[in-house]
Design a protein around this ligand. Sequence first.
Ligand code: GLU
Length: 401
Amino acid sequence: MKTWPATSPFTTSHNVTRMQSSSTLAAMQAAEALRAAGADVVDFGAGEPDFDTPENIKQAAAEAMRVGRTKYTSTGGTRELQRAIINFYQREFQTEYQPSEVMGASGGKQAIFNAVVTLINPGDEVLIPKPYWVTFPEIVVFAGGNPVFIETEETDFLLTAEQVERAITPRTKILILNSPSNPSGRVIPPTEIRRIIELTADRGIYVISDECYLRFVYPPGEVFSAASLPAELRSKLCIAGSFSKTYAMTGWRLGYALAPTDWTKAMLKVQGHCTSNPNSIAQWAAVEAFNGPQESVGLMLAEYTKRREWLLQALRGIPGIKCSEPEGAFYAFPDIRGCLTNGLKTSAEFSQRLLEDEQTVVTDGAAFGAEGFVRMSYATSMAQLEEGVKRMRRFVEKNGR
Ligand code: GLU
């Protein structure tokens, strides 16, 4: 008779072993742990608005609870949610999506997860421009695919169709776009997005366009969604969107995907076996977010604009730091290579020591595929920005060259 060892070491599956934990979430947790220990933390780590969710949205959620909208819904969300998403895109971008092409998810992250795992077979390649949001490669790895990174430093992190073309191989299955970009804040001009998607459509490559920062573009840049491209360029395109940033709703966990019907059906199959529908109360809040007044979005953008101007000037005044202007989102992505020394060799060491010495949290650029850079979220108050930059300057003057 076969006997089993009474104890066996815990080992994860190959796919999970190959994954890295989320560095953005780790930076948030590091800040949280320091705060809990009583430290006076300045937190540039969290990629989350410091604003409260607008009142009309909270009221819609309260009303949903009051009338008992607290049960399961269809896996991809209620008809009202689908309609609100379709109407929003029609209003803003003159698109004509059908309900079979829309699904709600528990955050933009789940929409991207669904979109990747429904397509990838072992060995398939997924093109990911650098610098990238930390989660993209990890989802690909989890699905058994191979992330293939596209270098963009030669164009100051602005992806071009030529760079995409050079990276394509016969195994390329998906390209992930993210504009405005987390972490660089770069915004790919609409004409270039079109050139990129013409190229991928010609070669039968799928595109996932992560548009979580869609509405946060600083003039003269334009708000643009790949959803507005002509139908022939959308047959392999999935838009991933989120309520988190636009309406300061990170904790509500609500996002969505817009994709061709077959792809959406496959995503619903996956979601139907993991989370089922997104939270029903958050869905009603999201309906109000898209259908209700939009003033809060403009107010947040105006505030981010002020902070961005101030932070850029202040960072550029620190010896050794260079910083390009973010055109969207709410991150500065300074190049700190001019501050590195023998005692402070990498951006990981820089971030760690800044945390220990000055209780100031930034996220290491290497986690986004850009060694020598750090990400600083300016979705935080002016007072925190001023204090954080003061600490950073002091840290660089003490440790930099
Ligand atoms: N997207 C935000 C960030 O990049 C939230 C954290 C996460 O989900 O990665 O910081």
